[in-house]
Design a protein around this ligand. Structure first.
Ligand code: NAP
Length: 245
């Protein structure tokens, strides 16, 4: 899988899964626009360029619609195209339903779902002009199976699946594919808070007997972004060690 001459915009590229996606796409030849809040993606970009890849940071709070438009505009000015969009940025604000505050609901929906709407809408016009494009959203096993204490997160991640399928239908005739990757438990800052014993407990319940790595997810994203995946659209690819089938 090679991405030479292709431009990829990856949100949440400062850490965890997004950083692994940005690195893997760049290692295979893509020019990567690594987006995160402020200058948070600087270390990721430095690592990519030190390894001989091409990347630049973009300061982007994905919940800010005007910032989304600005980053897409700047990327198009600088590179003339956007071939791959990875909607990866995401947050949790866990709470049982009876105690969940409306702010916790709104923040998770804004970052995890509404941002994907804004970014996807912003890249569609250039992709339609190019008659090519790849849109990939990072959902979660929680969007498929639900999880107590994560009604907001589960709704946002399930929402991404319906959203991407609708987009896939709308733009298939323009040679643009849209797919979802649904990770299970992946070792990142998001899951690092769980205790060592809970960690072992989780791993024992996963058929492949381990948590996933950011690279496990990045490999699936690179495949869906590649020319080799040209005939795959509107799909949800689970990367979860078999924890939900
Ligand atoms: P993480 O380590 O907590 O990293 C989250 C990333 O999202 C960071 O790069 C962060 O950038 C960015 N982000 C958060 N809010 C943002 C905002 N408003 N604007 C721009 N960027 C923002 O999380 P992760 O585990 O890598 O998760 C990445 C994605 O995978 C998320 O969508 C998550 O829901 C999903 N996922 C994770 C797991 C898991 O087990 N880890 C499982 C299933 C799905 P800043 O530097 O700006 O904070």
């Amino acid at each position: 899988m090679r991405f030479d001459g292709k431009v990829a915009l990856v949100t949440g590229a400062s850490r965890g899964i997004g950083r692994a996606i940005a690195s893997m796409l760049a290692a295979q030849g893509a020019t990567v626009v690594a987006a995160a809040r402020g200058d948070n993606a600087a270390a990721a970009v430095a690592e990519i360029t030190a390894a001989g890849g091409q990347a630049e940071t973009a300061a982007l709070d994905v919940s800010d619609a005007s910032a989304v438009a600005a980053v897409v505009g700047t990327t198009l000015e600088r590179h003339g195209r956007i071939d791959i969009l990875v909607n990866n940025a995401g947050i949790t604000r866990d709470q049982l339903m009876l105690r969940m505050k409306r702010d916790d609901w709104d923040a998770v929906l804004a970052t995890n779902l509404t941002a994907a709407f804004a970014l996807t809408q912003a890249v569609l016009k250039p992709m339609i002009r190019q008659r090519a494009g790849r849109i990939i959203a990072i959902s979660s096993v929680v969007g498929q199976a639900g999880n107590a204490g994560q009604a907001n997160y589960a709704a946002s991640k399930a929402g991404l699946m319906g959203f991407v399928k609708a987009v896939a239908l709308e733009v298939a005739s323009r040679n643009i594919t849209a797919n979802v990757v649904a990770p299970g438990m992946i070792e990142t800052d998001m899951t690092r808070a769980i205790t060592a014993s809970a960690h072992e407990d989780w791993a024992s319940k996963i058929p492949l007997k381990r948590l996933g790595t950011p690279d496990d997810v990045a490999s699936a994203v690179c495949f869906l972004a590649s020319d080799e995946a040209a005939y795959i659209t509107g799909q949800v690819l689970a990367v979860n060690g078999g924890m939900y089938m």
